[in-house]
Design a protein around this ligand. Structure first.
Ligand code: ADP
Length: 664
């Protein structure tokens, strides 16, 4: 076995690999960029080598520098994690040349799966079922349209070099085809430097079901059951589970055998994932194969009791697979929720921030938290904004789902916007509980999953206001007296013979709200959001005890650089204390308009200077944190000038273009 391995990655996956290596007695080397000097993965590894500035292109994507780090530290093998260089055939080949083991499949297998269309041709020959479609080299637009017409609409255009849901367009009728093709090609060229397209039948209610496969170099190949990853936003996974609900033993065997056949068709070795679309009628189609460890591998580990990173190390070291197919057992059910710094109410816009408050649920045999950050760390603009993966296990789907809901409710993160409430609403929604899964789940059930802001406000604002008042009093020392309820102890806002009233302004859900809190003995009468609520409350440290007319609850009040977060049993409420004249909340609530929503890179300009455009017309595409954002016209008008060109870096808040709206 290797004495020492280098992990060519960062964040949670680097930490996760280090844990297994340590358990196996293998020393570890981390690599880090300027932005990651203090990162958890650097702390956890036995050694760490600095490889460059923060942008991935200048650090984590530099194969030579990473190989140099392996040489300096005498690491015998490199684990690439996922993303970055994990599916880079050139890097795998360079490792082989330098005599360093690449913990992954052979270069030829990565190459074979690198193009979606070439992969489909290989699978077709191997007899693996494919979605009907065209995946040839001839890219004549008329030929592509002819293929679409022949198979019937809707169809899906896909970039053959694509990934992460980019370069894909649905086309619902013949008339839309040309425009959609142009858009998909443009996006693909910008993202992958290649605009080759394939056309396939668009399935309207499929599930995404993928199989974990493993092959060694002794001719063994097996599958470790499947994962259902149907719940997606922008074609990216949000909650994954294993096994897939409703999977029968017969279908599992059929799909699993097809997956192993797919892997063996390219002489695969190591961990891989074969993704299928599973149609309502039980037919399934090969979509693609990922030649690396997947983000969602932990759900497979939880139900099989195996450590897949350990398996990767064994196979890379030349050992046979630890289990034969008939020894693989499925036990219970597991879920993984991806906790992101992002704003679900704003089209999942990635967010940044310092995690001033971070309290994950307690880990146990039922709850696992895979993360690469600690309290005080920053979610920066340079990398994927995932904060953690929350993984739960129990004997049945129902019980595992209950665990997921309570672990999400206990998860407390302050200092950035997160998708925790969204995940909680999703996990507890009736269709999810009843496993009515398909890839359109989120759009279809958006009313259930997204908050009704008005209802939120009515419930949260009075509690938040009381929490804020108690916090201010605690900070002033006005509540630290022997008799906390004696009026003589208060030195703010208390007047003899006058109601003991406090006026507060809270910035919450994007707006300022005036709240009046009146103290009457032990009670607080809170007038907020057009209603009066009678409350009692006590704050000790950051723990808040609330009593709303007999309904008692315990919460936590966290203060970070960007305001306060009140965590209660049914979710979190973020707010800021608006001080007269300081404008603290104004900055946070500033309208993005035609300015960059965050630091990023300009990808494409979509309008001509001087052109008249309709309201909502796309004007500019920028990329930040691996996601594209389209800046649209706020009204009908004329584009006077663009201040940046494709490839330029822009700071969050920078004016991007000069736009003149038409007169009414
Ligand atoms: P990427 O490599 O960009 O992630 P995939 O080919 O893996 O793209 O597809 C991503 C997602 O897009 C799938 O999980 C599925 O939800 C959807 N999808 C892909 N192909 C089809 C299709 N033919 N019909 C319907 N949905 C599809």
């Amino acid at each position: 076995m290797f004495n020492k391995i280098l992990i060519a990655n960062r964040g949670e996956i680097a930490c996760r690999v280090i844990k297994t290596a340590r358990r196996m007695g293998i020393a570890t080397v981390a690599v880090y960029s300027d932005a990651d000097r203090e990162a958890l993965h650097v702390r956890m590894a036995d050694e760490a080598i600095h490889i460059g500035p923060a942008p991935a292109r200048e650090s984590y994507l530099l194969g030579d520098r990473i190989l140099g780090a392996a040489q300096t530290t005498n690491a015998g093998a490199i684990h690439p994690g996922y993303g970055f260089l994990s599916e880079n055939a050139g890097f795998a080949a360079a490792c082989a040349e330098q005599g360093v083991v690449f913990i992954g499949p052979p270069t030829s297998a990565i190459e074979a799966m690198g193009s979606k269309s070439a992969a489909k041709r290989i699978m077709e020959e191997a007899g693996v079922p494919l979605v009907p479609g065209y995946h040839g080299d001839d890219q004549d637009p008329a030929l592509l349209r002819g293929a679409a017409d022949a198979m019937g609409y809707p169809v899906l255009l896909k970039a053959t070099a694509g990934g992460g849901g980019k370069g894909m367009r649905q086309v619902w009728s013949e008339g839309e085809f040309d425009e959609a093709l142009a858009a998909a090609k443009r996006e693909s060229l910008a993202s992958f430097g290649d605009d080759t397209m394939l056309v396939e039948k668009y399935l309207t209610k499929p599930r995404h079901v993928e199989f974990q496969v493993f092959c060694d170099n002794h001719g063994n190949g097996i599958y470790l059951a499947e994962r259902d990853c149907s719940v997606q936003r922008r074609h990216q996974k949000v909650i994954e589970e294993a096994p897939a609900p409703g999977m029968t033993e017969a279908l599992r065997t059929e799909m699993g055998d097809a997956a192993v056949k797919a892997a063996q068709a390219i002489d695969y070795q190591g961990a891989g994932t074969v993704e299928f679309l599973l149609d309502e009628d039980g037919s399934f189609y090969f979509m693609e194969m990922n030649t690396r460890l997947q983000v969602e591998h932990p759900v497979t580990e939880m139900i099989t009791g195996q450590d897949l990173v350990e398996w990767q190390l064994l196979v890379a070291n030349g050992s046979p697979l630890p289990l034969a197919q008939d020894q693989v057992r499925i036990n219970g059910h597991a879920f993984e929720a991806r906790v992101y710094a992002e704003d679900p109410d704003n089209d999942f816009l990635p967010a940044t921030g310092t995690l001033g408050f971070l309290q994950p649920p307690d880990e146990s045999s039922h709850v696992r938290v895979d993360t690469g950050v600690r309290q005080g760390d920053e979610i920066s603009v340079y990398y994927d904004p995932m904060i953690a993966k929350l993984i739960v296990w129990d004997e049945s789907r129902e019980r595992a789902l209950q665990r997921l809901a309570s672990a999400l409710a206990e998860y407390r993160i302050g200092g950035t916007v997160t998708n925790l409430d969204f995940l909680y609403n999703l996990a507890t929604s009736r269709p999810f509980v009843e496993a009515e899964l398909d890839t359109g789940f989120i759009e279809k059930h958006s009313e259930l999953i997204f908050h009704d802001r008005h209802q939120d406000l009515e419930r949260e604002l009075p509690l938040a206001a009381l929490a804020l008042l108690l916090h201010k009093q605690q900070a002033d020392g006005t509540r630290s007296c022997v008799d906390p309820f004696s009026p003589w102890q208060h030195n703010n806002a208390w007047r003899l013979n006058e109601p003991h009233a406090h006026r507060l302004t809270l910035h919450c859900h994007g707006e300022d709200h005036e709240v009046l809190v009146e103290q009457r003995g032990l009670d607080y009468i809170v007038a907020a959001a057009g209603r009066e609520t009678r409350l009692r409350g006590e704050l000790s440290g950051d723990t808040l005890h609330l009593d709303a007319e007999g309904h008692r609850q315990r919460g936590t009040l966290a203060r970070t650089h960007d305001g306060y977060t009140l965590y209660l049993a049914d979710g979190a409420c973020h707010f800021q204390d608006v001080q007269p004249d300081t404008g603290e909340a104004d900055a946070a609530g500033a309208d993005a308009g035609l300015s960059a929503p965050m630091n990023g890179t300009i990808v494409a300009l979509l309008a001509e200077v001087g052109a008249s455009v309709e309201a909502d017309a796309p004007l500019l595409v920028m990329e930040a944190m691996k996601m594209e954002h389209t800046i649209r016209a706020p009204a009908a008008g004329v584009v006077k000038a663009f201040y940046y060109q494709p490839g330029d870096l822009v700071d969050g808040g920078a004016e991007l273009l000069d736009f003149q709206a038409d007169e009414e």
